[in-house]
Design a protein around this ligand. Structure first.
Ligand code: PLP
Length: 390
C-alpha cells in the first residue's frame, strides 16, 4: 500500500534538489566558515549565498537575516531578545491566545520574571482584530507578537494592519511566519514587521534550521553568547549543510510557490467540499477564505480525533489532530478552544495539510476512506444518539 502523507504543516519531505545542494557540505566542502583558509572560505561563500536567497524570498536585506536552529529558536530569540534589551523602556508584551507554544511559552516565561502580557482573543475564525491590538498598547508596551498564519486552523492574520499600528505606536512587531514563508508571498516591508520567524522544514528544507529576520536598528540582545558568528547575534559553529538547504528551499519557493499554491488550493477545496457533502455533522475550522492554501481543519462531531487518526493510519493515510507538538498531549488544543469550540469539539478535530506532492488521487482516496471510518466509529460511539446516526 502506498501511503498518503497529509501532514505537511507538521513537516515537509525534503525537496530532492535541496538534498542535492546540501550533500557536498557534508563531504568535500566540510569547512568551518569562520576559518580563513580556502576550506573555510568555501563554506563562508555558501553561507552568504544562502543568506541572500532567504533575504530575497521575504524582501529583506541579507544583513537582516540571522540563521537559527529552528523556528522555535527564532521565536524565543525575537521575544526574549526584545524583552531583555528594552526593559528600561517598558515591560508589557501583547500577543494572542492562538500563538504557537514557542511564542506563548516564551511570553509566559517572561511573565514569571516580571514582564506583563496581554493575550488578545480571536474571533470564531481565529482572527485577531487590529483595533484590539491598538487598544491594548500602553506606554509600557515594548513588543507585539502575532503569528501570520495559524498552524492548526490555517487562518491568515491581518499582519499589515497590525504592522501600521505598531509603527505608529513605536512598538516592535514580531510575526511567527513559520507556516507562511515559502507558501504564500511574504514581504517584511509590506507587512511592517521588525522581526519575523521562519523554519526550513516547513517548506521542503531540512529540519533543525530556521532564521530570524531582524530589521536594521532593532534593539535586542543576542540569543547565544560565545563566538562572533552571525554578527554576534547567535554564537556557535554554523550548520552549513542545513543553512545551504534552507537557502535552496527559499530559492525553489520563489520559483514554485505560485504554482504550488494553485495546486493545493484546488485540492484543499475539493477535500473540504467532499467532507461537507459526504459526512454529516462536519464543520470547517478557521476562516473560509483567509486561510493557508494547504490547510483543512475540521471538527467531526461524535468521533474522537485520535481514533479517526489511527483508523486513517491503518488505511495508509497520515493526518493530524492539530499541531505536531500537541499530538503528544491529551489536552484539547488551545487554538480550537480560543475559537470557541468546547473541549469535546476540540477533541473531535482533525487537520489535513497538503503539499507539492499531494495528488488528486490522494484526495479521492481520503474522501472514500474517511466517511467509512467516521461511520464505523460513530456506530460504536456513546456520544451519538441513535436518532443522530446516519
Ligand atoms: N511556529 C509555528 C507556527 C509552527 O507551526 C512551528 C512548528 O510546528 C514552529 C513555530 C516551530 O518551528 P520548529 O519546528 O522549526 O521549531
Amino acid at each position: 500500500m502506498e501511503r498518503i502523507y497529509l501532514d505537511y504543516a507538521a513537516t515537509t519531505p525534503t525537496h530532492p534538489e535541496v538534498l542535492a545542494a546540501m550533500l557536498p557540505y557534508f563531504t568535500e566542502a566540510f569547512g568551518n566558515p569562520s576559518s580563513i583558509h580556502s576550506h573555510g572560505q568555501e563554506a563562508k561563500q555558501a553561507l552568504e549565498e544562502a543568506r541572500d536567497k532567504v533575504a530575497a524570498l521575504i524582501g529583506a536585506e541579507s544583513e537582516e537575516i540571522v540563521f537559527t536552529g529552528s523556528g522555535t529558536e527564532a521565536d524565543n530569540f525575537a521575544i526574549k531578545g526584545v524583552a531583555y534589551a528594552n526593559e528600561s523602556k517598558g515591560n508589557h508584551i501583547i500577543t494572542t491566545t492562538i500563538e504557537h507554544h514557542a511564542v506563548i511559552e516564551s511570553v509566559k516565561f517572561l511573565e514569571k520574571i516580571g514582564f506583563r502580557a496581554t493575550y488578545l482573543p480571536v474571533d470564531e475564525y481565529g482572527l485577531v482584530d487590529p483595533d484590539e491590538v491598538r487598544k491594548a498598547i500602553t506606554d509600557k508596551t515594548i513588543l507585539i507578537s502575532v503569528m501570520q498564519a495559524n498552524n492548526e486552523v490555517g487562518s491568515i492574520a491581518p499582519i499589515a494592519g497590525i504592522g501600521r499600528i505598531a509603527r505608529e505606536a513605536g512598538v516592535y512587531f514580531h510575526s511567527d511566519a513559520v507556516q507562511t514563508v515559502g507558501h504564500i508571498p511574504v514581504d517584511v516591508n509590506d507587512l511592517g514587521v521588525d522581526l519575523l520567524s521562519m523554519s526550513a522544514h516547513k517548506f521542503y528544507g531540512p529540519k533543525g534550521v530556521g532564521a530570524l529576520y531582524i530589521r536594521k536598528g532593532t534593539k535586542l540582545v543576542p540569543f547565544m553568547h560565545g563566538g562572533e558568528q552571525e554578527g554576534g547575534w547567535r554564537a556557535s559553529t554554523h550548520n552549513i549543510p542545513g543553512i545551504v538547504g534552507l537557502g535552496k528551499a527559499a530559492e525553489l519557493a520563489q520559483q514554485e510557490m505560485t504554482e504550488e499554491a494553485e495546486h493545493v488550493t484546488y485540492l484543499r477545496d475539493r477535500l473540504i467540499t467532499g467532507f461537507l457533502e459526504r459526512i454529516d455533522h462536519v464543520r470547517l475550522n478557521g476562516h473560509p477564505t483567509k486561510r493557508l492554501p494547504n490547510n483543512i481543519s475540521v471538527t467531526v462531531d461524535f468521533v474522537e480525533g485520535e481514533s479517526v487518526l489511527l483508523n486513517l493510519d491503518l488505511e495508509g493515510i497520515s493526518a493530524s489532530t492539530g499541531s505536531a507538538c500537541s499530538s503528544e498531549s491529551l489536552e484539547p488544543s488551545h487554538v480550537l478552544l480560543a475559537l470557541g469550540l468546547s473541549p469535546e469539539q476540540a477533541h473531535c478535530s482533525l487537520r489535513f495539510s497538503l503539499g507539492k506532492w499531494t495528488s488528486e488521487e490522494d484526495i479521492d482516496r481520503v474522501l472514500e476512506v474517511m466517511p467509512k471510518v467516521v461511520a464505523k466509529l460513530r456506530a460504536m460511539s456513546p456520544l451519538l444518539k441513535t436518532t443522530d446516526r446516519r
